[in-house]
Design a protein around this ligand. Structure first.
Ligand code: PMV
Ligand code: MG
Length: 370
């Protein structure tokens, strides 16, 4: 039996702007995981998880390609990952085998309510890891990220794939997205193979592990109300052209802000990191006002003002609209009174840590024109 895990993620800064290729965000991997167990099987395979109420859904191959009846498929991220990785393996002359997959997730709470920690990204990375391990293929974080990004692009994801960068590279990561049009054209190019494509330099892609100052503390507050990132991103995209130049300025300001934050990480300057968190909060709030999309909800706003009254730098995380807010503070800052006030407002502190395991090679991908 093979077991492979991938961590959940949280956005620290640069949200929405990161949807535009070449615009940076900072993301972290958290110590909550999705685990995929893989067991070799004989005549057909199966997949089971809570999404199928624990029932095993069978799969087979048609004309040498992965096949699951679409009407029975609650696992699009997993099945698309299998299709992409099987194509990659076939290009390398591997003999395909059958297997049963079981998925376990720590990324939702016990009532199945979502925290917004990126389960679609983590399940994709964990599935790809399990398969590459099964077929005894050595992998790097870059290979995991690229196969996962091809998978999510094939599913028409409207995201920036920053969740995939966090789940594959782990720790603190500076990220900006590749040029989507370029990748789509390469995928549709009949002379291109996945094997060649993952070895290419992807224009505008940047994935750079960052070292957090030892005295920097990340706190996570959960509002308890789930938000749909896909829906919020579509809403903001719909409003983009009506924002009269605001969006262009937002993109520029966010890029400047996050780049300064990245420099502050490299200089281990907590005050400057906190200053840029506050600037980024302000930018995202203006984006919310201009687009009419409720990014910093009342609960997130309460979470931030309470944290600020105890010297923490706080903002909404990710698409906002619910889910989580984050606070960056110093180790020596008192946090218990803040937690008490949070609790009174119905905000739950998620006691999670940034996760970094060092066994997968994580060579940075630097932006050439940066
Ligand atoms: O809500 P989350 O944690 O999935 O983050 C979404 C961040 C966005 O920039 C709004 C979208 C994206 O895919 O980058
Ligand atoms: Mg979210």
């Amino acid at each position: 039996m093979i077991k492979a895990s991938a961590p959940g993620k949280l956005y620290i800064a640069g949200e929405y702007a990161v949807l535009e290729p070449g615009h940076p965000a900072i993301v972290v991997a958290l110590d909550q995981f999705i685990t995929v167990s893989l067991q070799e099987a004989k005549e057909q395979g199966s997949i089971s998880s809570r999404y199928s109420n624990g029932i095993s859904i069978p799969w087979t191959r048609k004309n040498g390609k992965f096949y699951m009846d679409e009407r029975e498929n609650p696992f699009s991220y997993i099945t698309k990952s299998l299709t992409v990785v099987e194509q990659f393996l076939q290009e390398q002359g591997q003999q395909l085998k059958y297997f049963d997959l079981t998925i376990q997730s720590e990324l939702d709470n016990k009532d199945g309510r979502k925290y917004g920690l990126g389960s679609s990204g983590a399940v994709t990375i964990a599935t790809i890891k399990a398969m590459l391990t099964f077929y005894k293929i050595d992998y790097t974080a870059e290979l995991l990220y690229k196969l996962a990004a091809i998978t999510h692009l094939a599913l028409n994801s409207n995201g920036s794939f920053g969740d995939l960068a966090a789940s594959s590279y782990e720790g603190w990561v500076a990220y900006s997205c590749f040029d989507r049009q370029w990748l789509l054209a390469e995928i549709n190019n009949p002379n291109m193979t996945l094997t060649k494509l993952v070895k290419k330099t992807w224009p505008k892609l940047r994935i750079e592990p960052l070292e957090a100052p030892t005295d920097l503390r990340l706190l996570i507050g959960w509002t308890g109300s789930p938000a749909s990132t896909t829906f919020l991103v579509d809403q903001v995209k719909d409003e983009q052209s009506d924002m009269n130049g605001f969006y262009k300025q937002f993109l520029k300001d966010s890029k400047d802000c996050v780049n300064q934050m990245i420099t502050a990480f490299k200089e281990q300057n907590i005050d400057e990191i906190q200053k840029q968190i506050r600037t980024n909060r302000h930018l995202l709030k203006s984006l919310g006002h201009q687009s009419g999309v409720d990014i910093e909800t009342t609960a997130l706003s309460d979470l931030c003002s309470i944290a600020e009254s105890f010297s923490g730098a706080a903002k909404s995380s990710g698409a906002g609209g619910g889910d989580c807010g984050i606070v960056l503070s110093k180790q020596q800052d008192e946090i218990l009174p803040m937690m008490t006030l949070w609790r009174e407002q119905g905000i739950v502190n998620l006691p999670l840590q940034v996760f970094k395991k060092t066994t997968i090679p994580t060579t940075p991908i630097l932006l050439e024109d940066h």
